[in-house]
Design a protein around this ligand. Structure first.
Ligand SMILES: Cc1ncc(COP(=O)(O)O)c(C=O)c1O
Length: 428
């Protein structure tokens, strides 16, 4: 950075802080007077983004599948061949490893965890019969992953996130020495909420590390695997690496088109070793006769092939890029150099994560809320909603319009600064 050196607010004297607090309070009150009602809490697409995909609504060319089956009727537990081929080509996963699910990958994750609790896997003791089951939770992370563990009584261990994935030294040490640690949550590309992309080294270490538990499992939730915005990050092939290391059963891979077509009305999948797939199908076949094949078919007819999905994702990126630009530019303009916040600069995905000044996240979110802007709850990105430093906040830029987003970000930055200054004054 060239130009004038600005002193960090964290180095201000008490008098300077009091003056700034007055200024910020006036700005804040002016926002409040506007009676805003804006929502930046959930990673939902805006209406305009959904419109890009409207073609899928009448894409169904025929209800007969490639192999002559009537998709209107019962049959086919694990997905029609053309849907398996589409996702196999898109994600570079062999078809034999793929089971196509219903409208939600989170549903598949929950069911997978419940099966492990009730039935165990590959002849190991069902987890619910063990005195304690623990899971590693790289954090900040996705609140709904943590909710699954909490719901099923699985103890969560917070693992700090680094720039290229979870703190692997800590992960390796923990899993090597504690057989009650049964797994880890991973969002390996453009993670929710930081947009972290796992490096090749991290993926290789996860695939090859020694685990005290034979039935240690990686929940590989690649929800944002094709959601590039600024360029394209590549992810190492976890299946290839686990197979080579003799850990073929270690990974459950999840994916869905929720953030490609319509959330709640897309197509999901779980992929795993052929042996795990057989195990899953045994139980899934009791749970359902089959998932929605018409939805699978119209998704295939709409995209035609993997390249069709990639082209579509470029259109969505055009829709999302201006919004990410607004968030990142506003953070730069308002908070850079203040010493009151740091944030990630994701290259894709759905979120930006910010760390406020220590102990200020809750107050920041409360201030924004009182002025009409709803953010994801402070703490939500950590197991048990406990952010020990009270500083992480997830920003979800997709839902508001660009104009609304700009207003919300301007207000949000005032709140970050006001909460920070209040805290600094408390400590003076
Ligand atoms: C990391 C991650 N996984 C899964 C989901 C939900 O996926 P689905 O709609 O397929 O259940 C989300 C939605 O925000 C997510 O961020």
């Amino acid at each position: 950075m060239g130009g004038i050196e600005v002193a960090a607010i964290t180095s201000y004297s008490k008098e300077q802080l009091i003056a700034l607090q007055k200024e910020l309070s006036a700005e804040y009150e002016a926002f409040k007077a506007r009676n805003l009602v804006l929502d930046m809490s959930r990673g939902k697409p805006a209406g305009s983004q959904l419109d890009v995909t409207n073609g899928v609504l009448d894409a169904l060319e025929s209800y007969i599948t490639e192999d002559g089956l009537d998709a209107r009727n019962y049959g086919v537990l694990d997905g029609i061949p053309e849907a398996k081929k589409l996702f196999s080509d898109l994600l570079n996963i062999p078809k034999e490893k793929i089971i196509i699910g219903g409208n939600s990958s989170l549903n598949l994750m929950y069911d997978t965890m419940v099966r492990l609790m009730l039935f165990g896997t590959q002849g190991n003791t069902p987890w619910s019969k063990l005195p304690v089951v623990k899971f590693l939770c790289p954090s900040p992370g996705y609140d709904r992953h943590f909710a699954i563990c909490e719901d099923l009584g699985i103890e969560m261990i917070t693992i700090p996130m680094k720039e290229d994935g979870p703190d692997m030294e800590l992960v390796e040490d923990l899993v090597a020495n504690d057989a009650s640690i049964k797994g880890i949550w991973c969002v390996p590309l453009y993670s929710n909420p930081q947009g972290v992309c796992y490096s090749d080294d991290v993926v290789a270490r996860l695939a090859t590390m020694k685990t005290a538990a034979d039935d240690f499992r990686i929940f590989w939730d690649n929800a944002y695997g094709v959601h590039h915005i600024y360029g394209e990050k590549k992810l190492a092939d976890i299946f290839e690496l686990t197979e080579k290391a003799g850990n073929a059963n270690r990974v459950y891979y999840f994916f869905s088109t929720s953030k490609i077509t319509f959330p709640g009305a897309g197509v999901s999948l779980i992929a795993s070793s052929e042996s795990n797939v057989a195990e899953i199908k045994k139980h899934m076949g009791v749970q359902t006769i089959g998932h929605d094949k018409l939805n699978q078919l119209r998704t295939v007819h709409y995209f035609q092939n993997a390249e069709g999905v990639r082209v579509h994702m470029k259109k969505l990126a055009e829709e999302l890029k201006p919004k990410f630009d607004i968030v990142l530019k506003t953070l730069d303009k308002e908070l850079e150099g203040t010493g009151l916040a740091t944030w990630t600069k994701p290259l894709g995905g759905y979120f930006v994560a910010i760390d406020t000044y220590e102990g200020c996240a809750k107050e920041t979110v409360a201030l924004a809320k009182a002025a009409g802007v709803t953010m994801t709850g402070a703490g939500a990105t950590f197991p048990y909603k406990k952010d020990l430093h009270d500083r992480n906040i997830r920003i979800a830029p997709t839902y508001p319009t660009a104009e609304e987003l700009q207003i919300a970000m301007d207000l949000f930055c005032v709140c970050v600064k006001l909460a920070g200054v209040n805290k600094l004054l408390e400590n003076k």
